[in-house]
Design a protein around this ligand. Structure first.
Ligand code: HPA
Length: 245
């Protein structure tokens, strides 16, 4: 039994993890984004995977989400904590805040998004009414509160295709749809974990206000500054969450 941690932008390695081995894993779905870094964190077995590759070279629409989730399952992962950076749509979800979403709207297209993909695979219509695991969400929430971070205990994650950012009109429409945050990597990751029956939760870090809602242009420098400031606390928070699982 191990906990899988999927690191997004800004989280490519996990200093707190006492690394035992780094494994190149092959799956029926191809190669995962990075080596699987296996070790212990707070006495728990953890497998870390860098979603965009160790050098942040894989764009959101080219990530092999199926191989990533399958590789974690092959290594015995029975719960996944996924870290994603996002833009804030809800005016209360500001740069530096954490959000633990409870819902998803999927705007992505053309991604390999299911394991039910050929006649040789069983056709599953998995229930996805509530995409995130409530226990994992609660553990993340308590760890974030204990870390003294500003955290929103729910929200709708709108997953867009990227790699470009959205137009202001797209964000206005997403706001009307009920999205609170926007990111490019939340799907199909969460749905694939559900297909494999692996409990999954997302820890989202707001790094900018979404298009049309903050500054006239979204600045990568500002995004990177928020990530640099917050990622160390997020690593500590994840370590605390692992010890509580
Ligand atoms: N849009 C989509 N993805 C993102 C954003 C955004 O504004 N910020 C960080 N990831």
């Amino acid at each position: 039994m191990a906990i899988g941690i999927i690191g997004g932008s800004g989280l490519y390695a996990f200093a707190e993890l006492a690394v035992r081995e780094q494994l190149q894993v092959a799956t029926d779905w191809g190669d995962p984004s990075s080596l699987l870094v296996c070790g212990s964190l707070q006495q728990r077995e953890v497998v870390f995977l860098a979603r965009h590759g160790e050098a942040h070279s894989i764009p959101p629409h080219r990530i092999n989400y199926r191989a990533n989730i399958a590789a974690l399952q092959q290594r015995g992962v029975t719960a996944i904590l996924a870290v994603n950076v996002v833009g804030g749509i809800n005016g209360e979800m500001c740069p530096g805040d954490l959000v633990i979403p409870d819902q998803i709207i999927d705007y992505t297209w053309g991604r390999e998004h299911s394991y039910s993909d050929s006649a040789t695979q069983p056709l599953q219509h998995v229930d996805f009414s509530y995409p995130y695991d409530p226990h994992l969400r609660e553990v993340l929430l308590q760890a974030a509160i204990a870390a003294g971070m500003t955290v929103h205990a729910g929200g709708v994650y709108g997953a867009t295709q990227g790699p470009r950012l959205e137009t202001a009109a797209e964000i206005a429409r997403m706001g009307n749809d009920g999205c609170d945050i926007v990111g490019m990597t939340g799907m199909p990751e969460a749905a694939l974990a559900r297909e494999l029956a692996i409990p999954f939760a997302c820890l989202a870090l707001v790094v900018n206000m979404a298009a049309g809602l903050g500054s006239a242009q979204i600045s990568m420098a500002e995004i990177e500054a928020v990530m640099a400031e917050r990622i160390p606390s997020i690593r500590r928070l994840l370590a605390a969450a692992c010890s509580a699982l």
